[in-house]
Design a binder for this molecule. Structure first.
Ligand code: 5GP
Ligand code: ZN
Length: 114
């Protein structure tokens, strides 16, 4: 989608710091990191959110989780732990309507997340 920010990043039209890529997933550093490790796992195919992806391409979730574990291991946070999440819709504060998961690690995080 031409007017989608993350589609433009996947297409290489907007620069990003790539940490992992395969045929289904592109992992990049978040531009505004909220933790020492803050990576975005983008699906290469455009889906607005997990709701759309769960209908159109449910296998993508396994690909994203597998990629996230690889990145967490490479970035040295797999042992102490990390958070893998996706914001969905306005109540969750989803700003970019293209399927992505956040991988956050490198510091302790609170729970619940408000
Ligand atoms: P959301 O709120 O949709 O779950 O998360 C969107 C994330 O994308 C935010 O953490 C924000 O910092 C990040 N972001 C927004 N624009 C860009 C960009 O151009 N490049 C990168 N690498 N991250 C971005
Ligand atoms: Zn998109």
């Amino acid at each position: 989608m031409e007017d989608c920010l993350f589609c433009r990043i996947v297409a290489g039209k907007i620069p990003s710091t790539k940490v992992f890529e395969d045929d289904a997933v592109l992992a990049i550093r978040d531009i505004n990191p909220q933790a020492p490790v803050h990576v975005l796992l983008l699906s290469k195919r455009h889906h607005a959110s997990v709701v759309d992806a769960s209908r159109a391409d449910p296998a993508v979730f396994g690909r994203i989780v597998a990629a996230a574990v690889k990145v967490a291991t490479a970035d040295g946070v797999a042992e102490r732990g990390f958070r893998l999440l996706t914001n969905t819709g306005p109540d969750a504060g989803q700003a970019v309507p293209h399927l992505h998961f956040h991988l956050l690690g490198g510091r302790e995080m609170g729970w619940p997340p408000w």
